[in-house]
Design a protein around this ligand. Structure first.
Ligand code: EPU
Length: 431
């Protein structure tokens, strides 16, 4: 596969967006980033050849594939969003240093490589700038399974003579990737009980994938999992990744805030219950039929408070996009970001556009509205902040210029193509 880290090769990309569009038309949600990443990693647990469909073609996935190939896996793009993965010849337990440093999600290599080789040497993962993201929940739980952990320079070295079976492991906190790593390691134990597990839709998807391979898991969708592992599994399966909960929410917010009329297909409303509850409070006009969300033009929006939480609470990944809707709502809304201490930086950019918003501290902000937004030069600090600024630019008067587009490409498949198909005016500029 080609290297997709264009930003590293010195190509800088920006979005130029002319605002004032009411989005109209039909759009489909792509496969889930946060399900695809652990599922791709999980193909390393056993030597298998299998096929994954509905894989989002985003930079994080391509980065993940590059690391897999470097470890010895063979990845074939059969057709768009459909990949065959062959992990029979994987012979390394050391994911590429530089690639790992570029992506926080590469922490997901820890579980499968430990399960396969009993050891893994991995750089401290990098990623977006949204706050310190320690790995204590991962490490504390892995130690319970007999894994020793050494930190040397910028590497972690994790080893286990044997992964212990029959253990009850209680996670320090309901961390998403820690739950996923533990599920992958436990897939090679006879039996593991995992308490305080996170239960986001992407974790459910990883569980279903492991079950399809032959691992038995009880308690899927809850915080208490029982994993009955297997030394050997089915080697030739097909699996379809679920639609992306966060992309679905992002598109819904963009459609609502633009006072558009948009049909969003592959929208699993059960995954976005709390978003739809907030839409009702705010006064967004919508209807759900099967797996389609219909956003209809709305008149007035009312302020509401948002407090991020673990699933099924309000997802931190939709906190920033939602703030744009709140700039258009009548009254003052409070945002409480409980997960990350660096996820309110986008507010500085919204203020440049005319939003009446105050950051009270690293976790609290107030937004008053409705205020008109104006196009200007703005920077995306992370993936979700980038999507937020796109939404703000869609309704802004005049032209906006957003830099750091590679952050947005990490997690949204063809975002400008999708929005332009709804009438947005977004141009990608290469410098
Ligand atoms: N945390 C700790 N110690 C740990 C692990 C986490 O203190 O050992 C803290 C973090 O610092 C943070 C919070 O717990 O405050 C959430 O961390 P979690 O481990 O749940 O996050 P993650 O597994 O690293 C996944 C998603 C994120 C998403 C969070 C929360 C993937 C690949 N990433 O990250 O997605 O924000 O769960 O839902 O699944 C994104 O898609 O933009 C994104 C950042």
């Amino acid at each position: 596969m080609n290297s997709l880290l264009d930003d590293e090769k010195g190509v800088k990309e920006k979005f130029k967006i002319i605002g004032g569009t009411h989005l109209r038309g039909r759009v489909s949600v792509s496969g889930s980033k946060n399900a695809a990443l652990p599922i791709i990693a999980a193909t390393l647990i056993y030597p298998v050849v299998l096929r994954l469909s509905n894989v989002p073609e985003i930079k994080d996935v391509k980065n993940m594939f590059e690391i897999m190939e470097d470890l010895g896996a063979k990845i074939t793009r059969v057709k768009k969003n459909f990949f065959e993965i062959d992990t029979r010849n994987v012979n390394s337990f050391e994911p590429n240093y530089k690639l790992v440093r570029n992506m926080r999600a590469s922490v997901l290599f820890i579980g499968p490589l430990l399960a396969r080789f009993g050891k893994v040497k991995i750089a401290q993962p990098g990623g977006c700038f949204i706050g310190s993201r320690p790995l204590n929940a991962h490490f504390q739980a892995l130690k319970e399974l007999g894994v020793s952990i050494k930190e040397c320079e910028n590497y972690y070295l994790l080893k286990a003579q044997e992964i212990k079976s029959g253990k009850k492991v209680v996670l320090d906190e309901m961390s998403v990737t820690a739950t996923e790593n533990l599920l992958m390691v436990a897939s090679k134990t006879k039996y593991t009980k995992l308490r305080m597990a996170a239960c986001e839709p992407h974790i459910e998807d990883l569980c279903k994938f492991l079950v399809k391979l032959g691992v038995k898991i009880e308690g899927i969708n809850t915080h208490n999992l029982k994993i009955y592992g297997s030394k050997r599994v089915k080697k030739n399966i097909d699996y379809k990744i679920i639609p992306d909960q966060i992309e679905a929410g992002t598109l819904a917010i963009a459609a609502a805030v633009s006072r558009g009329k948009v049909e969003i297909n592959n929208f699993i409303s059960d995954h976005n219950d709390i978003l739809l509850t907030k839409f009702k409070e705010i006064g967004v006009n919508f209807e759900v039929k099967n797996s389609t969300l219909f956003i209809k033009p709305s008149t007035n929006f009312k302020a509401t408070d948002i407090r991020t939480d673990i699933y099924p609470g309000f997802p931190t990944d939709l906190q920033a996009p939602m703030a744009v809707l709140l700039t258009q709502a009548d009254g003052t809304s409070e945002i409480h970001e409980t997960m990350y201490e660096g996820r309110l930086n986008y507010i500085k950019e919204l203020r440049k556009m005319g939003a009446e918003a105050v950051i009270r501290d690293s976790r609290h902000a107030l937004i008053s509205g409705p205020t008109a937004l104006f196009g200007t030069k703005i920077s995306s600090y992370d993936l979700r902040a980038g999507a937020t600024l796109i939404i703000a630019s869609l309704i802004a008067v005049g032209e906006s210029e957003i830099d750091n587009v590679p952050f947005i490409d990490r997690g949204y498949e063809n975002i400008e193509g999708k929005l332009n198909s709804l009438g947005a005016k977004i141009k990608r500029i290469k410098e």
